[in-house]
Design a protein around this ligand. Structure first.
Ligand code: ISL
Ligand code: CA
Length: 580
């Protein structure tokens, strides 16, 4: 595998020590290991593959790597189903490989954040294997329930509740051995841990402590707001046309969530050791996120929220029910989170991750004409809100959605199960395939495009998921060699954050909230005002007279169309000015 040529400009100021609040000025880069870089030709990315690319990451200037799960796992959900929290899956390497990665990152002033998946384990985890025995002291470590009253186990409608799993079908699975059901909010191979049991919590904290002692710098916590369920496990409201109910409000954000988070923080020393903590919290309100991220409450540094990635779905529908996105709705939503958390908590900022379609295809314009410029402008808008930005592998290259035309190309369990369920419900095949093309998690999971050699330089073998054919021109080698690429635009944005306190701390204010094309806002710190104006459309846009602060004499810090300064913005043009 060939490495892209390194840029001449070195990283500008990675955060070196774990000082209090260091994560506020940091940029996190997410690696989905299976799709990042394959070192041994088996077609699957691995830890040595990542270690070979740390100079590439350093040249981008990121401070932290968040590594999606590399623990021992049957890979039913690509590692989010963990069978041993203390070991590395041989697919990805060994503990020694992980130690080498940590050392390589630390040597370059970067940190490593591990994925923590403790709402559920794999059904192949020793804890669950023991728990299957009703007499086991670990029986209560999971959610075991008898069939619904009056029903025979296994009969139709016999599940203890009517909840749907996130991955289609019932959230309950009958275990023949005891005739009882266990809860799995995700796949059947991902039984939910029972956090009401204090032994479960202590086992998790002990495991976390061992990882911190090993040198990791923090945790990204998978669906952490599901660890406290709503008491009583009540049925959800039935949804028309669906066999099982999307009963989110019945199991998420339970009453003990903040108690558990505080207990974990104290037991692991999350704050005391200045670790980065980010909790994935689908369905979180601003109020909840403000409490959870208020340092006075000693819970988490920040959370991943989902409102802004749900605005292009039909209200009341699922992610597969596509709807057009309106810019005013999107920017007002992000502004409400900026205001809601300002001065108390802290935002995380993301467009992309391993569960979301590619940002440039979804929020930008991935046509040949506008792919690069729209990717740059999306990055500008994201990185200059207040919060810690997350870059998902390939986002720095403007990687796009897949071009799969056949269901057999898809690998993700969510996509495969959705397709099967939708077809059995009689949905139109074309509609289902359109939803998958727009929303499948496999969009984010095609291999990172390193260069224009076969399989984009990702592997010497056959990649586990096909490479996007546009790798011949969308690839890291080309982007690094081109000063006008998305890669270098992002590198400049990251450098701005490291240089200018106003980027980190400045107070946010949205301008032109109802404008259909322009996304404009200011960030203010003392005498300094950062003005961002971005045309988030594929047509020219005009700034209304007098609508924005005067920028005569201001410094132009960054723009997509150097030299331009008129009231006209080209498609996807963006500018960043510093006044004062
Ligand atoms: O991806 C989703 C929507 O398509 C979400 O429902 C997603 O499953 C949810 O955000 C939780 O995601 C996390 O936990 C899952 C895992 O499959 C995801 O990859 C992970 O990010 C179960 O561990
Ligand atoms: Ca490999």
């Amino acid at each position: 595998m060939s490495s892209p040529e390194q840029p001449r400009v070195p990283s500008t100021g990675a955060v070196l020590a774990r000082e209090p609040g260091w994560w506020r000025s940091a940029v996190v880069y997410q690696i989905y290991p299976r799709s990042f870089a394959d070192s041994n030709g088996d077609g699957i990315g691995d830890i040595p593959g990542i270690t070979a690319k740390v100079d590439y990451l350093a040249s981008l200037g990121v401070d932290v790597v968040w590594l999606s799960p590399v623990y021992a796992s049957p890979q039913d959900d690509n590692g989010y189903d963990i069978s041993d929290y203390e070991d590395i899956d041989p697919t990805f390497g060994s503990l020694a490989d992980l130690d080498a990665l940590i050392a390589a990152l630390h040597a370059r002033g970067m940190k490593l954040v591990m994925d923590l998946v403790v709402n559920h384990t794999s059904d192949e985890h020793a804890w669950f294997q023991e728990s299957r025995d009703p007499a086991s002291p670990k029986r209560d470590w999971y959610w075991w329930r008898a069939a619904r009253e009056g029903s025979e186990p296994g009969a139709e409608w016999a599940e203890p509740t009517n909840w749907a799993s996130f991955f289609s079908g019932s959230a309950w699975q009958l275990d023949e051995r005891s005739g009882e059901y266990y809860l799995h909010l995700f796949s059947r191979k991902q039984p939910d841990l029972n956090w009401e049991n204090p032994e479960v919590r202590q086992a998790v904290y002990a495991m976390m402590n061992r990882w911190v002692d090993r040198g990791v710098d923090g945790f990204r916590m998978d669906v952490i707001n599901l660890i406290s369920k709503q008491p009583g496990l009540a049925d959800g409201e039935a949804a028309p046309g669906r066999r099982f109910a999307p009963a989110f409000e019945r199991f998420a954000n339970g009453p003990r969530l903040e108690e558990f988070l505080q207990e974990m923080n104290a037991a692991v020393g999350l704050d005391a050791r200045h670790l980065l903590t980010v909790g994935e919290m689908p369905g979180s309100t601003i109020e909840l996120a403000r409490r959870v991220t208020d340092p006075a409450n000693a819970e988490l540094n920040m959370v991943f929220t989902f409102e802004h990635v749900g605005l292009d779905a039909q209200p009341g529908g699922t992610k597969w029910d596509l709807a057009p996105l309106h810019l005013p709705v999107l920017k007002q939503n992000l502004a409400s989170w900026q205001e809601g958390l300002a001065g108390v908590g802290w935002n995380s900022l993301y467009w992309d991750n391993h569960d979301q379609p590619r940002a440039v295809s979804r929020f930008g314009d991935d046509s040949a004409e506008f792919r690069v410029v729209s990717a740059k402008t999306l990055a500008t808008v994201q990185h200059l809100h207040q919060g810690t930005p997350y870059v998902y592998q390939g986002e720095e290259l403007g990687m796009t959605n897949t071009q799969f035309v056949d269901i057999s190309s898809y690998r993700d369990i969510e996509s495969v199960n959705y397709h099967a369920e939708a077809m059995s419900l009689g949905l139109e095949a074309e509609t289902v395939m359109r939803s998958l093309a727009a929303r499948s998690r496999d969009n984010a999971r095609t291999p990172v495009q390193w260069d224009d050699t076969s399989h984009a330089g990702f592997t010497q073998g056959i990649p586990w998921l096909p490479v996007n054919p546009n790798y011949v021109y969308v690839n890291a080698a080309a982007a690094v060699a081109d000063e006008d690429s998305t890669f270098h635009h992002l590198r400049r944005l990251i450098a701005l954050r490291h240089e200018l306190p106003v980027v980190v701390e400045g107070r946010f204010a949205l301008l032109l909230p109802d404008h259909e094309q322009l996304w404009a806002f200011t960030r203010t710190l003392g005498e300094q005002v950062l003005l961002v104006v971005a045309n988030c459309s594929s047509l020219p846009a005009t700034v209304p007279a007098g609508a924005l602060p005067d920028v005569t004499g201001a410094r132009l810090l960054l723009s997509t169309h150097p030299g331009a300064a008129s009231a006209e913005l080209a498609p996807w043009e963006s500018r960043v000015h510093l006044v004062g």
